[in-house]
Ligand binder design. Structure first.
Ligand SMILES: Cc1ncc(COP(=O)(O)O)c(C=O)c1O
Length: 235
C-alpha cells in the first residue's frame, strides 16, 4: 500500500490518527508493506520532518524528493526498514539493487546534504509548524465566506475548500467558471497558487508573517469579488 500521509493534490485532506492506525493494522494483518509517500509531505511541509510522524505509526518505506533539496537539485530517496533492506543486501554492489541513470548524482547529493544542514541551522521545520499554525488560524477567518466549505491543513500546507453550497458542501469543480475566476483573481493580485476544488496555500518556510497576512488578504478579496460576480450560482 502506498499513500501520502496527508493527501495533498486531492485538497489537503488531513486524516485522523485512527485512519493511519487502521491502515497499519490492515497491512500487518495481510503481510503488506506500508509505504508513506512523503514526496510533498516530507521535509517539514506539515510541521514535522515527515508527515507520518503526526500519526504514531511506523511505515515500512518512506519515499521523498522535492523538499530533500528544497527543489534546488533533482534528487529523490527512499528510506526502508531493516527487514526490507535485508532483501536488497543480496546485491551488495548496487545501492538498493536498483539502477538509475542519475542515481547517486554527486552534485544533487551535495545540494541535499547542504539543504539538510540549513534545515537544522535555521530551525525550518519548527518555522513551518509555527507559521503554519498562524496561517491556518488566519485562514479560518475566511470560513464565513459563502463559498468556503472548509479550512484545513497542517504546517505550511493549508487548503481552503471552495463550495457551491455551504450546507451540502457541493463543489463547483475544477473546471467551473467560479473556480477559474478565483484562480485568475488571486494571480492578478499577486498570489501564485493552485486553485482547484481547494485553494492550496503552501509558502516557503522562510515566509514572513506579513507575507502570510498578504496571502490571506488576497484570498479574502478574490473570494469576495468572485462571490459578487457569481452570486446567482451560490447556495
Ligand atoms: C505525492 C507525490 N508522490 C510522488 C511524486 C513523484 O515524485 P518524483 O517525480 O520525484 O518521482 C510526486 C510528484 O509530483 C508527488 O506529488
Amino acid at each position: 500500500v502506498i499513500a501520502e500521509p496527508i493527501s495533498t493534490a486531492n485538497g489537503v485532506q488531513v486524516p485522523s490518527k485512527a485512519y493511519w492506525k487502521r491502515m497499519r493494522e490492515i497491512c500487518d494483518t495481510h503481510g503488506v508493506l506500508l509505504i508513506a509517500d512523503e514526496v510533498i509531505n516530507g521535509w517539514g511541509r506539515s510541521g514535522t520532518y515527515f508527515a507520518i510522524e503526526h500519526y504514531d505509526i511506523v511505515p515500512d518505506m518512506v519515499t521523498m524528493a522535492k523538499g530533500l533539496s528544497s527543489g534546488y537539485a533533482p534528487i529523490a530517496a527512499v528510506a526502508v526498514r531493516d527487514s526490507v533492506f535485508e532483501g536488497f543486501k543480496e546485491k551488495g554492489d548496487v545501492a538498493l539493487g536498483h539502477l538509475l541513470t542519475f542515481g547517486g548524482q554527486a552534485v544533487a547529493c551535495s545540494a541535499a546534504l547542504k539543504n539538510i544542514e540549513i534545515f537544522k541551522q535555521e530551525n525550518l521545520v519548527q518555522q513551518s509548524a509555527e507559521k503554519g499554525e498562524y496561517l491556518k488560524k488566519q485562514l479560518q477567518e475566511l470560513s464565513s465566506h459563502p463559498s468556503v466549505g472548509d479550512v484545513r491543513g497542517l504546517g505550511l500546507m493549508c487548503g481552503v475548500e471552495i463550495v457551491k453550497n455551504k450546507e451540502t458542501k457541493e463543489k463547483f469543480g475544477r473546471e467551473a467558471q467560479f473556480t477559474k475566476r478565483v484562480s485568475e483573481l488571486v494571480n492578478e493580485k499577486g498570489l501564485l497558487t493552485r486553485v482547484w476544488d481547494t485553494i492550496h496555500l503552501a509558502p516557503p518556510f522562510v515566509v514572513t508573517i506579513d507575507e502570510i497576512d498578504r496571502m490571506v488578504a488576497i484570498t479574502d478579496e478574490a473570494l469576495t469579488q468572485a462571490e459578487n460576480e457569481y452570486a446567482a450560482e451560490l447556495g
